[in-house]
Every structure is written in C-alpha cells, then in structure tokens.
Design a protein around this ligand. Structure first.
Ligand code: NAP
Length: 247
C-alpha cells in the first residue's frame, strides 16, 4: 500500500514498486491522477482523504505486506502568519494518519510474522527548518514514532526515509515556492529508489540524497556550529542581507 500515490514521490514509488514485482494498493485524493498511476503500475486505486476515510481504505485493501506511508502536505512561512486550522491539517495528514494506518495494518502483519512499514519523513524532521516549524514537527514526530515502534517489532521491518528537496508539486501546493539556491531539488524517482531499497534491504534509515546524513549527524554531534551554519545556508536568497540593502 502506497499513500500519496497520486503525485510526486508516491507516484514514482508506485512505478518503481511495480517494476520490483509488487501488487499495489494506491491511495490518493485526486481521482484522475490516481487512476493514471494505477493504469501505469497495475495497482488498485482507492480514493479518499486519509484524515477522514482511513478505515474504508484498509477495508478495500485486504491484506497488506508493505505500507509506504508517504502522503503529506506542507505549509511555509512565519508561525505567526499561519492561518487558523493549518497546523491541525498538517498534523492530521502527516502524523495522525500514518499512526492510525499503522495501528490498523500492523496486527495482521504481526500475526502473519512478516511485513514492512516505511515512513516518508523529511530532513526537516531531523534538523528543523526555518519557516517550517509545524511541518518539521510533524516529520520529527513521525521519525520518533518509527524509531520507537522498531523496538517493539521483531518480524515486521520499520524504515524511515528522509528526503531533502524533491522536484514535485509539493511546493506549489503548500503555496510557497522553493527559493533556496542550494540544495538543488532531486527527482522523485531518486526517493522512490531509496524507498524500494529500504524494503529490499531492511534499511532502518535512508536519506535521499545520501549526503544529507552529514548535516543530520552534524546537528547531533555539534549542534552549535550546525545552527550557525543553518542560519546562513537555510535563509532564502531573497531574505539574505545584501551589501547596501536596507535591513
Ligand atoms: N517534495 C519535497 O521536497 C519533499 C521533501 C521531504 C519530504 N517530502 C515528503 O514526501 C511526501 C510526498 O510528497 P511529494 O513531494 O510527493 O508531494 P506531492 O506531489 O504534493 O504529493 C503529496 C501526496 O500526498 C497526498 N495527500 C496529501 N494529503 C492527503 C490527505 N489528507 N489524504 C490523502 N492523501 C493526501 C496527495 O494526494 P492528492 O494529490 O490526490 O491530493 C499526493 O498524492 C510527503 O510526506 C512530503 O512531506 C517531500
């Protein structure tokens, strides 16, 4: 089962999983885009909003061996400018839905003695990102959920995939374009390959691109220098002080 299969990373993962020989259940909200991915990958399309229709999705799906909890949404800007209700939407889609889905699918995996859970988090959840406090908090919650759950499970694998900046409609949908010059966005197919490899090799944690583990480790080992660097490199070009510019 792949959530968020109607777009971006989820659609690329559906195509990659189909090539790997998986029988797919694809979840998304947009009928047309979801049907197109289902036609391409041979999967079963189950349309619905994960914040409201999760039980129906699980009933339609039947037994699930691998869950890729990928669906998610963002919002960017200063916390004081965030509209009412947005934080709740982000938490519902990015954190509550994957936890609920796991609670519904896991008992049968444990009973069968096999299964794999993949959570698509974000580098934002590992290090924090300016103007994305609530989004980063949902992804940090997802990482902690997966890391903790892994201790409970013996025969069900748990993987966290942490993408950096990926070229998908994510930024247009959150209403704020990606404005940093660096890092350069990677194609969704690269994250899809990391997801497939995480399942095939039972990897607990994968960064996409792989070098992102360096800032994540630096944050853990040297938080002070990391914050100083992030303050400079994490600031959008448009907001950096330019010589002669009025602050
Ligand atoms: N793009 C990046 O730079 C980036 C970086 C790090 C992490 N991520 C994470 O990667 C995941 C996939 O993002 P993406 O870049 O592929 O974005 P995307 O192209 O906007 O795709 C998001 C997917 O999630 C689905 N979705 C969102 N809210 C949903 C809800 N309430 N119920 C059901 N489905 C819902 C969307 O369904 P519909 O299209 O049908 O509405 C869509 O299929 C997200 O969790 C995101 O946080 C993305």
């Amino acid at each position: 089962m792949i959530t968020g299969a109607s777009s971006g990373i989820g659609a690329a993962t559906a195509r990659a999983m189909a090539v790997a020989g998986a029988d797919l259940v694809l979840s998304g909200r947009d009928r047309e885009r979801l049907d197109a991915v289902a036609a391409e990958s041979g999967g079963l399309a189950v349309r619905g909003d994960l914040t409201t229709d999760i039980t129906a999705l699980v009933e339609r799906a039947g037994p699930v061996d691998v869950l890729v909890a990928n669906a998610g949404c963002g919002w960017a800007g200063p916390l004081t400018a965030m509209p009412d209700g947005t934080a709740e939407q982000l938490i519902a889609a990015n954190l509550t839905a994957p936890i609920r889905l796991t609670r519904l699918l896991l008992p049968a995996m444990v009973e069968r003695g096999r299964g794999h859970l993949v959570f698509v988090a974000s580098i934002a959840g590992a290090v924090g990102v300016r103007d994305e406090a609530v989004y980063a908090a949902t992804k940090a919650g997802l990482i902690a959920f997966a890391e903790s759950l892994r201790y409970e499970l013996r025969r069900v694998g748990v993987s966290v995939v942490l993408p950096g900046v990926v070229d998908t409609p994510f930024f247009a949908r959150r209403g704020a374009a990606y404005t940093r010059r660096w890092p350069t966005p990677i194609p969704a197919e690269r994250v899809a390959r990391a997801i497939v490899a995480a399942v095939e090799h039972g990897r607990p944690e994968s960064f996409a691109p792989a070098w992102l583990r360096v800032p994540a480790r630096l944050k853990g080992a040297a938080p002070g220098p990391f914050r100083a660097l992030a303050d400079v490199f994490g600031t959008p070009v448009s907001r950096r002080a330019r010589p002669g510019a009025t602050p």
